[in-house]
Ligand binder design. Structure first.
Ligand SMILES: Cc1cc2nc3c(=O)[nH]c(=O)nc-3n(C[C@H](O)[C@H](O)[C@H](O)COP(=O)(O)O)c2cc1C
Length: 414
């Protein structure tokens, strides 16, 4: 099977097969933002499932900028013992586990972040949910340089803890993606304006990490094929950034798309034909394949093994990224390889309220609950209704916000 073939990355590291679990924010660490036993247990289940690469949900590079209350933070060495236990789920297996390192910028919940920062003072607008996001203030140049360094530090701590690579979160409207977007980045200095300037932030992050982890350690990135917003980061610009990163020597480029304002990454708000088609961003990746040699990973909408196999066989991409299917089928790579799984049936829970259903909120929460179930050793419940997700989320969010506030108070006291 093509999906079982190994892949050697530019840095020399080997991925054992072509299936990767893509990042899913687990939001399971509300008390101290450290990896919890349940989180580690969920990753043990996934490691046992045989994916060549497990990318973790986004971990924060700065405890003063937290996307969601339960994110893990890696910004100093205080939790390195727990990080070691987390990374150890792949020990002696040859599988890879990479933390996805992230700064949320303006896409950070206002309730748990005192000082929300972004390239420019442009607020996130999400239909019906804008109140969750504060007006950000524009970063100063020295703050930009400090954040670049934080990505490098977070990567170095992760390496020290035993993670086998790192992924920069450059997609979905978070800080790196905000710098790339002309809508979010309206700076007039060397960090904004033309694409060369807007791409400076991500290139400097890559260089900072590389300088700290050395030439043999895999560094990947998740990047938007486009933001799907008028005046936003376009497909043509994305292709240019992919070429710049490739020329720097990055090891793996994962393609996705969208932001909180336009959640194309999970098919929400997309045309019906796109939602029904497998692999939402396949056309993009086919074009990018012609431009770069760097291994390409594509995530979003893959559901049949036949489509995955064909994409690898045709050389359109190197790694198939899957996210939601892993919450219901933690062992999916092994079951694909032994032929017992050929189609991944994933329900799309709906409330019937259009604004909620197109926001992707319920769908995302539904899978977040399933990651928590995995961590608790429970079996998935494909019949879980959209309304029970909302009920569960309200009580969980309240709890996390209470804990989140105390974290925020601690962080701001530092
Ligand atoms: C619960 C949940 C959390 C997610 N968290 C992240 C994240 O932390 N980082 C990221 O890059 N993408 C995140 N995503 C997006 C997925 O990585 C993926 O791009 C998207 O779900 C499409 O892939 P799929 O069709 O295989 O699910 C998340 C998706 C879900 C459902």
């Amino acid at each position: 099977m093509n999906l079982q073939k190994e892949l050697i990355l530019p840095c020399g590291a080997k991925l054992q097969n072509r299936i990767a679990k893509s990042a899913m924010s687990e939001n399971m660490s509300p008390r101290h933002n450290d990896p919890t036993n349940a989180l580690i247990h969920a990753y043990q289940r996934w490691a046992d499932g045989g994916a060549g690469l497990l990318v973790t949900g986004n971990v924060m590079v700065d405890r003063k900028a937290i996307g969601e209350p339960g994110n893990v933070i890696v910004d100093d060495k205080t939790n390195v013992g727990l990080l070691r236990q987390w990374a150890a789920v792949v020990k002696d297996t040859g599988l890879h586990i990479w933390p996805q390192i992230n700064h949320p910028g303006r896409q950070a919940l206002g309730a748990i972040n005192k000082d929300v920062v972004a390239p420019s003072a442009v607020r996130t607008k999400v239909k019906g949910m804008s109140a969750l996001f504060k007006q950000p203030r524009a970063l100063t140049e020295s703050e930009i340089i400090a954040i670049i360094d934080r990505f490098g530090n977070s990567a170095a701590i992760s390496k020290d803890a035993g993670f086998t690579g790192v992924q920069i979160h450059g997609a979905h409207g978070y800080l790196v993606s905000q710098f790339l977007s002309p809508l979010a980045n309206q700076r007039k200095d060397q960090w904004g304006g033309n694409l060369e300037n807007r791409a400076r932030f991500v290139l400097e992050i890559y260089r900072n990490i590389r300088a700290k982890v050395g030439p043999d350690f895999p560094i990947g990135i998740k990047i938007n094929s486009a933001d799907f917003q008028r005046g936003g980061f376009t497909e043509e610009e994305s292709m240019e950034v992919v070429q710049l990163l490739s020329a720097e020597g990055i090891d793996l480029i994962e393609i996705s798309g969208g932001t909180y304002e336009q959640p194309a990454m999970i098919g929400a708000g997309q045309k019906k034909s796109t939602q029904e088609r497998e692999a939402y961003f396949l056309d993009y990746v086919k074009k990018a394949r012609k431009l770069v040699q760097t291994p390409l990973m594509l995530t979003g909408g893959f559901r049949t093994v036949a489509t995955m196999e064909k994409a690898i066989a045709d050389g359109e991409l190197d790694i198939v990224g899957l996210a939601r299917p892993f919450t219901l089928h933690p062992d999916l790579p092994n079951h694909i390889f032994d032929g017992s799984l050929t189609r991944l049936e994933i329900p799309t829970p709906k409330t019937g309220i259009k604004a909620l259903d197109t926001s992707g909120f319920v769908d995302t929460m539904w899978h977040e609950i399933h990651i928590a179930r995995l961590g608790e050793g429970k079996v998935p419940n494909p019949k879980l209704s959209a309304y029970s997700v909302i009920g569960h989320n309200l009580s969980a969010t309240l709890k996390k916000l209470v804990f989140g506030r105390s974290i925020f108070q601690r962080a701001t006291k530092k």
